[in-house]
Design a protein around this ligand. Structure first.
Ligand SMILES: [Mg+2]
Length: 186
């Protein structure tokens, strides 16, 4: 039923990236601007990948705070259907995400955890028969209308009035997990 991204959607990787960017570059970005697509637009590819090399460690992963509302939302989703984490993480990083979910008491809400590295999250979700995809990075989403897979672009804390309206916008823009659950009719 539900394909849920991990970094920036469930675990607050954005704050870890923003802290590195402020420390190394003296630039203050909001956590919701630190998904790969938005962040590269702000700091460039070289700085982005230098940051990723330093931030993608087991210690940082373990210390990530939950995204507001995510830990309460996952069991609610799990009560309605399968929840599968679909992450761009690869190799050991996927296991670190699994440890994080278990440590935060939501391991039982997750039916499966997939690495979408090198493949499309949309295709993976469709292949798995999942009907919703929630992600903080626009590169994993598209604006194609599909009844079988509805997409939500979640950027928690983004103070953008336009992002709240939604309407017919695709993917549906959400600024909180409450928005996501409302959109799903939960
Ligand atoms: Mg993400």
């Amino acid at each position: 039923m539900f394909a849920i991204d991990f970094d920036g959607t469930v675990a607050d990787m954005g704050s870890a990236k923003a802290a590195w960017i402020e420390g190394e570059m003296g630039l203050r970005l909001n956590p919701w601007e630190c998904d790969r697509t938005s962040c590269i637009a702000r700091i460039g590819e070289d700085a982005y990948f230098r940051m990723i090399a330093e931030v993608n460690t087991v210690e940082t992963s373990r210390r990530l705070r939950p995204i507001e509302g995510a830990l309460a939302a996952l069991p609610k989703l799990a009560a309605r259907g399968r929840v599968e984490i679909v992450t761009a993480r690869k190799g050991d990083e996927v296991g670190w995400a699994e440890d994080w979910l278990r440590h935060h008491g939501v391991g039982d809400s997750i039916s499966a955890l997939h690495s979408a590295h090198g493949t499309s999250k949309i295709e993976l979700a469709l292949r798995r028969g999942l009907t919703w995809l929630v992600d903080d990075d626009a590169r994993h989403l598209d604006d194609v209308e599909r009844n079988e897979l509805r997409q939500i672009h979640l950027r928690v804390g983004r103070p953008d009035a336009q992002a709240r309206g939604g309407g017919a916008a695709r993917p549906f823009p959400a600024t909180s997990w409450s928005d996501v659950l409302r959109r799903m009719g939960l």
